[in-house]
Ligand binder design. Sequence first.
Ligand code: GNR
Ligand code: NI
Length: 172
Amino acid sequence: MAIRPILTAPDPRLKAVSTAVETVDAAVRKLIDDMVDSMYEADGIGLAAVQIGEPKRIIVMDLDQKDGKKNPRHFINPVITWRSEEIATFEEGCLSVPEIWEDVERSARIKAEYLDRDGKKHEIEADGLLATCLQHEMDHLEGVLFIDHLSKLKRSMALRKLQKAKRLKDAG
Ligand code: GNR
Ligand code: NI
């Protein structure tokens, strides 16, 4: 188990298209454990492997972290098989785009297939925060960030705010 640093925009490594996991082996499970630790340490509700510099199609998520009870979920090689026509708007943030929160429109409901950490195939139907978070994380697998869904003006404002925060941090 290890906590790994999370890449932040505009790091070009976040634009990589992640590759499918061929076999769910011990190395994959170790990476999943590191992702879960890193997600909890950063107070996130989800994390894609590419955010810790491993461009593989793996997502971890925990949407109901309360009372210190942890319920991590793992999604390997997830694929969206159906989307509702209905759209839902959620205010989103991203560990790779710190301190920026903006409304994003996405499919209100989706169906997805994925493998679990034992390599077993599952299908789920998701709505609400789970649907939003799955789509947000699956965007990461394509090198897409939530700010890429914003208007040009809002995206450039977000990137400028981010770079200013980075400069201040580097200046100590
Ligand atoms: O921690 C996170 N919160 C969040 C809130 C609204 C919509 C999506 C998210 S995902 C984000 C963690 C993250 O960056 N995952 O890639
Ligand atoms: Ni994110």
